[in-house]
Write a protein that binds this ligand. Sequence first.
Ligand SMILES: Cc1cc2nc3c(=O)[nH]c(=O)nc-3n(C[C@H](O)[C@H](O)[C@H](O)COP(=O)(O)OP(=O)(O)OC[C@H]3O[C@@H](n4cnc5c(N)ncnc54)[C@H](O)[C@@H]3O)c2cc1C
Length: 413
Amino acid sequence: MSKSILVIGAGITGVSSAEWLRRDGWEVTLIDRIDPGHPDQTSFGNAGLIARGAIIPVSVPGLMAQAPAMLLNPNSPLYLRWSYLPRLLPWLIPFLRNGNVKKVTEIAAGLAALTNDSVDQHQALSAATPAAAFIQTGEYVNLYTSKADYDADPLSSSLRKDHGFDPDYINRAEILERDPNLGPTYTFGTVYKDYGWLSSPGDYVAALFGHYQSQGGHFKRGEVADITAGENPSITLRGGEKLTADKIVLSAGAWSSLLTKKLAPKVKLEAERGYHVSMFNPNFTAPNPYMITDSRFVLTPMDGFLRAAGVVEFGGLDAPASSAPVNLLRKQMKKVYPNLEFEYDEVWMGRRPTTPDSMPVLGESPAAPNVIHAYGGQHIGLTIGPRVGRMVADIAADRRTNVDLSAYKVDRF
Ligand SMILES: Cc1cc2nc3c(=O)[nH]c(=O)nc-3n(C[C@H](O)[C@H](O)[C@H](O)COP(=O)(O)OP(=O)(O)OC[C@H]3O[C@@H](n4cnc5c(N)ncnc54)[C@H](O)[C@@H]3O)c2cc1C
């Protein structure tokens, strides 16, 4: 009889894990309180970028000094709900401390090991499934107000180059040749080849899930209230129902920390909240995804709409969405595409699961066996989801993974 496994959380991480485990012969039950592809998942509303080269964490040298001014600047994409600060501090202090050259260099290596083949990993997971139709491939362009702006961050450029992400440079004339609609603010660009993006991230997750179910994968609707590790691991759903299996995977995104207290009490995970504005039926679209570097958001051409997604807001899991980040994205879009018109827009807030060192948590804690942790994808959780899912299947089968797991250890905090 095949071994059984419960996967908690059906965002990109959980669905990818469940599907790779199913292909490996496990009897898999995926559990979520909502359907995969639902707007309450972070996997629904992201920028859709398969961000192979996104290996630089948010906390970099200088952030600690700049953060107070950024928080006061209404045009900066960093927000804090001040009442949340006391609860944020145990996470924020190590997060800011990690913004030094040595640590950022280590983090870039740890993330590159997960991102470098991410387009291939998405293609391998979705091959011969309806999800494959959502994967687009092409170039990714970072837009700068000047070459000096690009030159002002030599650490990021040199780390990217060290890991094989060496862009071509384009000037204003070349930018306009590729995209005549871009506003005058952007005069310099870097072009990364062999990128990927999704034309509808929520539909992609739903399509992967549909395939998993059609091949015999199970789904249970419910909210997990408790996890018990050990010889016979189990979960208890809100309402009291108990489910047991040979192994459990915890992949509940930013909510995972609520379930780690008995398993790995020191895990530090914060909801790094972000926003999108999706502009439907625009009068033109973008030729490729852009990083708008001065405003720090990604603009992606999607299926019938353009999506601007970004912003970092600290305010916890449960606080309602704020209006200021959305207004800022709308204002910045006018700078990018002054002549853009569209029928209507939709706005969204999601929660990136982020650790203080920006590395995911991946593996079992020796103190709480048979529970595999898989969360913490921060700004690149969509990118690395299929790769993480494949590694979860390796860990469950006790196979050696082709990436050294020590950087992602559960007990590192
Ligand atoms: C504005 C923005 C832009 C982004 N852009 C990109 C991008 O371009 N590229 C990229 O790679 N990443 C991007 N990200 C990050 C990425 O979206 C996330 O890292 C990723 O979606 C996390 O996936 P997940 O499966 O871990 O979590 P989620 O998608 O949040 O899924 C977690 C699931 O767990 C379920 N759950 C939680 N608790 C329980 C419980 N107790 N019981 C049952 N179910 C539970 C939830 O209902 C949810 O369905 C972006 C994020 C934001 C906010």
